[in-house]
Design a protein around this ligand. Structure first.
Ligand code: FKS
Ligand code: ZN
Length: 343
């Protein structure tokens, strides 16, 4: 299958994030996408293609114009405020309960208003990387709309935690949501299957009141896992979108037997819905050796995952999200693609 990839992701290299009350080395690093790209080439999965450039219109069909212009100018404004060699921008105050959500032009005010965590630094190159990741996802969607049976969008930074007007969880723009929106504008119905360890709160919220985009997520129960505040089993969608959101939260220590059962339910729901296109938010942090997650999937399980998704016989776009074990990441990612292709 075709893989879309942009070297622009290399410009996004956050140094640190807050972890357990301390600044720790960031885990969402360029080497993640680089090791996957190398293995795609070694295993001859298919051509590696640069994305086309898509207009801002499609980004703005998903995201708030204020968020988009903030992200585009944030680091320059941060440097203006704190000096040319200021480190990555990390928010430190948010408009929580009991405060006004008034937005001032001040950089700290905007950083807090548009974000939900401390794990998502804005660096000098973040915007270029995030904007081209959207192009990567859109290019994969375009390839499938033009008749490819499948495509892989090797996006970085990831996207599924970014909502209409809030970035966070290592995500700035919601690549999968932007691709899904583009497909619906081309008249296609879309199912999004999110298999990242973490709930795709951004994607869920963007499509929560819509029935032309089905959102299904299999993830670690938010009662113990990030993003903590969304992803519970009783979130089913609202108004016209009621019944078109399905969350399948799983406990700590989930292994393939338990995972496969949930995945089976998810695939069943996709089949019932009968979309024109399937978009997979492909997070690989369900792996047993993942440093920030607590599921127990093993290397061969990812072949099974790919095979199970192939069973739907739908035009399918795989879109890279999380996954942090740099020893296993390339192999398990490509296992999903090879399992899908029956190789
Ligand atoms: C403090 C704990 C914050 C953030 C976890 C983010 C997970 C991101 C992801 C994505 F796919 F978006 F990359 N943990 N350091 O894996 O869901
Ligand atoms: Zn994740």
């Amino acid at each position: 299958m075709k893989t879309f990839y942009s070297a622009a992701h290399l410009k996004h290299r956050p140094a640190q994030e807050f972890e357990r009350g301390r600044l720790a080395p960031a885990v969402e690093v360029p080497e993640r996408a680089e090791c996957v790209r190398r293995r795609i080439e070694e295993r001859k999965i298919g051509p590696l293609l640069e994305p086309s450039r898509f207009d801002d219109d499609i980004v703005l069909a998903v995201h708030d114009a204020g968020l988009v212009s903030f992200l585009g100018s944030a680091h320059a404004r941060w440097r203006k405020h704190y000096g040319e060699d200021a480190p990555d921008a990390i928010p430190s105050a948010w408009p929580a309960r009991g405060m006004s959500a008034r937005l001032s032009g001040e950089i700290e005010s905007q950083l807090g208003s548009y974000s939900f965590d401390t794990a998502t630094p804005i660096t000098r190159g973040t915007w270029d990387a995030a904007r081209d990741a959207a192009n990567v996802a859109l290019s994969a969607a375009e390839a499938v709309a033009e008749g490819e049976g499948s495509a892989f969008a090797l996006t970085r930074p990831p996207g599924h935690h970014a909502s209409f007007d809030v970035f966070g969880g290592y995500c700035y723009l919601n690549n999968v949501a932007i691709a899904a929106e583009w497909l619906t504008k081309k008249g296609r119905s879309v199912a999004i299957l999110d298999v990242d360890y973490h709930h795709g709160n951004g994607t869920q919220s963007i499509f929560y009141d819509r029935k032309d985009v089905l959102f299904i997520s299999v993830h670690a129960d938010p009662s113990f896992a990030f993003p903590h505040f969304l992803g519970f089993a009783d979130e089913n969608g609202q108004s016209t979108g009621e019944g078109f959101n399905l969350n399948l939260p799983l406990p700590r220590g989930t292994d393939w037997a338990r995972y496969a059962e949930a995945l089976g339910r998810a695939l069943h729901r996709v089949r019932d819905f009968g979309p024109d296109v399937l978009l997979v938010s492909l997070g690989l942090d369900t792996f047993e050796d993942d440093p920030i997650a607590q599921f127990k999937l093993t290397r061969p399980d990812y072949l099974r995952m790919g095979e199970a998704i192939a069973g739907l016989k739908l035009p399918t776009i795989f879109n890279f999200e999380g996954g942090y074990d740099l020893n296993g990441l390339a192999e398990i990612t490509v296992n999903v693609l090879e399992g899908f292709e029956g190789r």
